[in-house]
Design a binder for this molecule. Structure first.
Ligand SMILES: CSC[C@H]1O[C@H](OP(=O)(O)O)[C@H](O)[C@@H]1O
Ligand SMILES: Nc1ncnc2[nH]cnc12
Length: 331
């Protein structure tokens, strides 16, 4: 059996077994302690340079397996978990992403802060392809087909979501990008993201409508990851990279996959450098509380405890929630 981190709850040890039932012999978990920081990579970001892979884990959560085995990377003694949102071969469509398993699996490893990465269309002239955007708002245009909450089936919880992303992580990203301005990194420090259902791109009428709503960028993967991270008390921020002007801009080709891939490829180096700089910064001791998401601790327990009375709580739903929060609402 693989070495487990000190903080790891042994009752979940059997979950550290790869999907194909092969022993996790390639898993050497970090000596530096629990893995607190994770990166979720989207289109075009399938690895992070400068980090050494030291293990792969594939936890079976009450919501199934994550999109891909989670790769544990290490750099300067700091462990980071990396998860490919669309699977290792980009074989999972946005509406098929097992977002609950992804977030739950990361949390089960000790992760408390997540930097997510998304390829997006630009809805504003000034957000040029290759620019980065750190959104502070999101408009949900998914169709309710995707699982978007951990609290259901006899356990109700309503967490605040007025500010869907984590401004403390966003500030770290902004500072890092500022230092990289002369090196071709252009970052817009705020913005409203629109998350559509996909997998088809938008119609021209929709694209114009999203612009009129004040949307800055558009993607298919910004939600429900963020909602679930909030419920799981993880500090979560998405970094977007514009790859196209969707289909609203006259004289510009309408978005297609080849365009997205080409622009991601063209700017992949900057994306990796930005993510690397953010991780290095987050690893500094002054960000220890942020990385541990101390500012979110207890929010979900409260959100449920005030809602569903003890006699109405479904034991099965409670057991699932206890995977996220061991001891959750135990009498
Ligand atoms: C391959 S184009 C559409 C695809 O790109 C974005 O992916 P991600 O956000 O994971 O980087 C978009 O959301 C779609 O999934
Ligand atoms: N125009 C677009 N719409 C939705 N998702 C995208 N990902 C990249 N470009 C996109």
């Amino acid at each position: 059996m693989a070495d487990l981190p000190q903080s790891f709850d042994p009752s979940f040890s059997s979950l550290w077994w790869p999907r194909d039932d092969k022993p996790a012999t390639d898993t050497r978990l970090p000596s530096a302690g629990p893995v607190k920081i994770a990166v979720i990579g989207g289109t075009g970001l399938y690895k992070i340079d400068g980090y050494v892979p030291i293990g792969r884990v594939n936890p079976l959560t009450p919501w199934g397996y994550p999109s891909a085995p989670i790769v544990i990377l290490e750099h300067g003694g700091v462990p980071v978990a990396f998860l490919a949102r669309h699977g290792e071969h980009h074989q999972i469509a946005p509406h098929e992403i097992p977002a609950r398993a992804n977030i739950a699996a990361l949390r089960s490893l000790g992760v408390r802060s997540v930097v997510s990465f998304s390829a997006v269309g630009s809805l504003q002239e000034e957000v040029r392809p290759m620019d980065f955007v750190v959104p502070d708002q999101v408009i949900d245009r998914t169709k309710g087909n995707r699982p978007f909450t951990f609290f259901e089936d006899g356990l109700v919880g309503h967490v605040p979501f007025a500010d869907p992303y984590d401004d403390k992580i966003a500030q770290v990203v902004r500072n890092c990008a500022q230092h990289m301005e002369g090196e071709g990194v252009v970052l817009h420090s705020k913005g409203t993201a629109v998350c559509i259902e996909g997998p088809q791109f938008s119609t021209r009428a929709e694209s114009h409508m999203y612009r009129s709503w004040g949307g800055s960028v558009i993607s298919m993967s910004l939600l429900p990851e963020a909602k679930l991270a909030r419920e799981a008390e993880l500090a979560f921020q998405v970094i977007c990279m514009a790859t196209d002007y969707d289909c609203w801009r006259e004289g510009e080709g309408d978005v297609d996959v080849a365009m997205v891939m080409a622009r991601m490829g063209g700017n992949a180096e900057n994306a990796r450098r930005l993510v690397g700089a953010v991780l290095d910064e987050l690893a500094r001791p002054e960000h220890a509380d942020l990385v541990s998401a101390k500012h979110l601790e207890g929010a979900s327990v409260g959100a449920v405890a005030f809602c569903t009375k003890p006699e109405g709580r479904n034991p099965e739903a409670l057991k699932k929630a206890q995977y996220l929060f061991p001891g959750f609402l135990e009498q």
